[in-house]
Design a binder for this molecule. Structure first.
Ligand code: G
Ligand code: G
Ligand code: MN
Ligand code: NA
Length: 249
């Protein structure tokens, strides 16, 4: 396939880049970190989003190589950028299941000269499901080296709520689909879901990040429900050069 050959070439060249989207404290808009989002600068097709090539990368087995290129870039960025804000990387369930994932990530951080405690991983609930004890071991190894984990797209998976407490995760990222349903005067169902997620986070003793915040009303509703951090176009779009200044709040 045409795009697959391009994918192989881009892995060995510099076609894959990280965009950074700020993650803020909702009460004052201060930037606490960034989520790294993969982009492919394709020579003919322009800037491609993950949705346009991740499927292809998975089918051809190349996505893991793309991820390592991406993770190396993020770690080099962390090593070059002083400060204590963090960067979170997205890890696919399949990738998280690889037995050497943690070791390889930690070696890469070491080689890049990056402080692993400034790195986070984002995984979805799916990554925890099929072999829970292995997932717990992986999360502990990473955490013991300073790499905390965040549960991405939370609320959309088949959460086995009863055993979530076994997994050492730092926070829950409330899926954008619930945040977009929160607007003043409406969104009773979204409010109910967010309230339930907040209650769960409270029980687990962890915090939440609201994703995809586009309006001040959404931000204020989330705050009112106990969510302390957020990201979304209201605070900043993903960009090649990370922005550190607080914007709204
Ligand atoms: O950036 P948006 O930017 O379109 O991201 C869409 C999806 O792609 C998200 O679900 C995100 O988790 C995933 N994604 C973003 N960056 C990466 C990456 O570096 N590796 C993997 N495997 N997935 C990513
Ligand atoms: O699955 P994950 O949460 O990693 O995906 C993040 C995706 O959400 C990226 O595609 C990113 O570009 C997108 N995104 C981030 N902020 C917003 C927002 O405020 N609105 C919308 N519609 N998408 C957003
Ligand atoms: Mn994510
Ligand atoms: Na998400």
């Amino acid at each position: 396939l045409d795009l697959e050959a391009d994918l192989r070439r881009a892995i060995n060249g510099d076609g894959f880049i990280a965009f950074y989207q700020p993650i803020v404290q909702l009460h004052d808009g201060a930037v606490v970190g960034h989520e790294a989002l993969l982009r492919w600068r394709h020579e003919r097709r322009g800037l491609l989003l993950p949705g346009e090539f991740i499927g292809l990368g998975e089918d051809s087995g190349l996505i893991e190589e793309v991820d390592w290129v991406m993770y190396r870039r993020v770690l080099q960025h962390l090593a070059a950028e002083p400060g204590d804000s963090y960067v979170s990387i997205n890890v696919s369930p399949r990738h998280f299941r690889a037995t050497d994932f943690a070791d390889r990530l930690l070696r890469l951080a070491d080689a890049a000269g990056a402080d692993p405690s400034r790195l986070r991983i984002e995984i979805t609930e799916v990554a925890l499901l099929d072999d829970a004890s292995r997932a717990i071991r992986m999360l502990r190894t990473l955490r013991d080296h300073g790499v905390l984990a965040q549960l991405d797209d939370f609320g959309t998976g088949y959460s086995a709520l009863s055993y979530l407490h076994r997994f050492p995760v730092e926070c829950l990222k409330i899926d954008r689909s619930f945040v977009s349903g929160l607007d003043s005067g409406g969104g009773h169902e979204a409010v109910a879901v967010v309230r339930a997620i907040q209650a769960l986070a409270g029980t687990l003793g962890i915090y939440t990040i609201g994703e995809g915040i586009e309006t001040l009303a959404q931000s204020q509703t989330l705050s009112g429900l106990g969510c302390t951090r957020g990201q979304g176009y209201l605070y900043g779009r993903p960009a090649e050069t990370p922005v550190y200044e607080a914007s709204l709040g």
